[in-house]
Ligand binder design. Structure first.
Ligand SMILES: C[S@@+](CC[C@H](N)C(=O)[O-])C[C@H]1O[C@@H](n2cnc3c(N)ncnc32)[C@H](O)[C@@H]1O
Length: 283
């Protein structure tokens, strides 16, 4: 990636949100049919979530080294000015997930996490959740497989900090800041990888890079569980800015998985409305 498409963001400071974020968000809000988005926002207040208000953000952010953030990531995802590089995104994440999925499982998004964790092979010992957000999926995997070592990796230090607080009671998971397309993990080192609700936030080129990286770090015979929202879903969330929704509409997971070298891709959707594809790195 060229230097022009990246910018340095001192992790110890809050990102200066550019004006164009507010323009994009404002434009998206102009649409008339915002019913689904307003429904989620309306349900958010009623969710029971951990209290993250005691987090000393400045102090914790200061422990993360500076990194260059690529342009594709510096977007106002979900109409949050500053996107994932904000306290707002991290603090509201569990609440939003619970509100979005409250009608799909008796235990809402956390119940969906527990279902998805069943797709990770029971004998997996080293597992990574790439793009782990505030950590609930990685924690569900770690709770289900107490003998495994689970790494939750997310590009945002804010999401990583919230994950550590929100799931601090789970001993066999750790959360680190890092890019899914450049994890720094060793070749052939993991038994299983989960990627959940990340690809709809990435341009196609990055989806490809992430799958190539997942292939590199999985052991031969290792399992990838790719889970995301239906490809026509983003178009019904009018009012929430989603930068890659046109590419998402055309996304064909089997094609991308095969192009990265994975085999045996199978639809194992067990937690509607999400779909899951499970595939292997050849043994
Ligand atoms: C919609 S959230 C999903 C988080 C989590 N997997 C879940 O299921 O709740 C998308 C997450 O992907 C992360 N993300 C997006 N692109 C990434 C990348 N290239 N590398 C690492 N994390 C990334 C964002 O920071 C954000 O936390």
């Amino acid at each position: 990636m060229s230097n022009a498409s990246r910018s340095m963001i001192p992790a110890s400071q809050h990102w200066h949100t550019p004006d164009w974020h507010f323009e994009k968000i404002g434009k998206e809000m102009e649409v008339e049919d915002k019913a689904r988005m307003l429904g989620v926002v309306g349900r958010m207040a009623a969710q029971e979530v951990p209290d993250l208000t005691s987090i000393d953000w400045a102090n914790e952010l200061a422990t993360f080294p500076e990194v260059e953030y690529p342009t594709y990531y510096q977007q106002p995802f979900h109409s949050v000015p500053g996107g994932y590089l904000t306290e707002q995104a991290a603090s509201a994440d569990r609440r939003a997930m619970e509100a979005i999925y409250q009608d799909f499982h008796p235990r809402r998004s956390l119940g969906i996490r527990d279902e998805l964790a069943k797709l990770i092979p029971a004998d997996a010992k080293k597992i990574a959740d790439l793009g782990s957000g505030t950590g609930d999926a990685a924690a569900a995997i770690a709770r289900r497989l107490p003998d495994a070592e689970v790494l939750g990796l997310d590009a945002s230090p804010f999401m990583t900090i919230a994950a550590r607080h929100q799931n601090g009671d789970v001993v066999n998971v750790r959360y680190e800041r890092g890019f899914a397309e450049a994890t720094g993990l060793d070749d052939d080192s993991l038994d299983a990888i989960a990627i959940t609700l990340v690809f709809h936030e990435c341009p196609d080129k990055i989806k490809q890079e992430i799958l190539l990286e997942a292939y590199r770090i999985l052991k031969p015979g290792g399992t990838l569980v790719l889970t995301d929202t239906p490809t026509d879903d983003l178009h019904t969330y009018r009012g929430f800015y989603e930068p890659y929704k046109e590419q998402w509409k055309a996304f064909a997971p089997e094609t991308f998985l095969a192009a990265a070298g994975f085999e045996g891709a199978e639809d194992r959707s067990i937690a509607p409305p999400l779909w899951s594809q499970v595939a292997q790195k050849p043994a």
